[in-house]
Design a protein around this ligand. Sequence first.
Ligand code: ADP
Length: 520
Amino acid sequence: MGTILPPAMSAAAFAAAMAAMVAEIGQDWVLTSEEDLIPFHDTYGFTATDIHQPAGAIAPADIEQLRGVLRIANEHRLPLWPISRGKNYGYGGAAPCMPGTVVLDLGRMRRISDVDVARGVVVVEPGVGFFDLYDFLEREKIPLWASMPGNSLGSVLGNALEYGLGYGPQGDRASSLVGVEVMLPDGALIRTGMGAMAGSPCWNLFPYSYGPSWDRLFMQSNFGVVTRAGIWLTPEPEEVLSLSMELPQESDIGWVVEALAPLCLRGVIQGPVNIGNFMRIVMGSGRRAEWADGKHAIPDARHADIMADFKLGWWGLHLSFYGEPDLNRARAKVVSDQIARHTSQRFTTSRWQRGEPRPQAPSHGVPISFPLRIANWISPHGGHLGFSPVLPPDRQAIEQQISRSRALFRQHDFDFYGGVTLGQRHVNVVNMLAYDRGDAEMTSRADQLFRALMEDARARGFGEYRSHLSYMDDVAQTYDFGGHALGRLNSWMKDAIDPNGILAPGKQGIWPRSMRETRP
Ligand code: ADP
């Protein structure tokens, strides 16, 4: 058996619940041994056996088994943490928020269906990974591209449910997820939007509903288990025209955001723009010992040499245009003219045309996983933690955010990984704190840095769009309008839809009634 039990459950009660699960879905798919549970720990947690330890894991094969699992969980008051592929690295991986929760691994539900080439839509189950979807589209010669994230090991559905960001015109993944099938804690199966009409051909085409739109209530939430969803894909473009520029100064980020924001707003630029600092490349290189002592951050004075060595600027700006060559050229000209108002530097241009082999890059719909190497920056037993505030696309706000975060990273002796993703009317900043797992002094410093970053952002009116399990309550507390009115609505909804509190207690700071006052 594992080393931990669900809170308020005796060993006998837990054993009885798991025995009922075995009877329902078979011995092979109910896991409790310490060894079997290793993949369900937070791979990047501060310690090897992190505080977010699961008591077990259960992997139903289909909807009927899932219904049985939820029935048993209700009968035994067994808390479950649904995951799709569990690769939510930097935010908790496959692990549950509350120690002792049983992971509900949906990875066996892995079908891709309802391919609509003309409309650019597929329906995926939770276990479908980005690599699976890419392989499927290639194998079946379907002329559609899926938006890929920097780490493509995860699931298409789980990443979209977490508002994940990626490359290409559909890079805002939450808005590419249209039409959700979800099982409520009582076993009822719901289809949202047009899918509420049996046999509707528009389930995954129209993003709204007749009446309230429920899709988003199941994102970053613990109100249901999502079993399928429609994903919008990009028709294979005739051409991809890519522009790149290395920007030499840290302060360049302000004018770049200010210059590009109106072009995102007006639809000249398709999809999110990713701008990352040089450390995102350097941290994947494994060459740390050349520039830093022990586990200390690389001194700022070494940065210029490192950038020169890697032929990188402080920021890398990479943009791609997708579609008709004439349109691509027109878009690229508008962007180049705008950038030319601020710098005499010129973009490097590259072109891919339909029929050519695709570059192995997420900008071209091809999955990758090598960026995960940054986790081992400090040691082979490394991990990283994401800090992800949302800002307006405003020059001063971004400049201040970067320089304030940089100062805090310096103060806590961490290397600064900064990424900025420009959406249509906002900016997501993603900072990665890389540390040595198991080094108590360093992980305690990482915790202090995270808290300092969160408090600093909150003081300026900026909240996180996503958070690691350990900070879900703290981040929820920063959303305080009306004396935490949204939190109260979430709690009310939780109690109505999941009266026994079986689904993902603590997710995004939403706890069931029985645990609200005395959190386990
Ligand atoms: P990925 O493998 O795509 O990176 P995960 O499977 O780790 O994503 O999911 C990230 C988080 O999203 C989970 O911790 C869970 O809170 C939520 N989640 C994932 N899949 C589902 C689902 N099918 N239904 C409800 N919530 C889910």
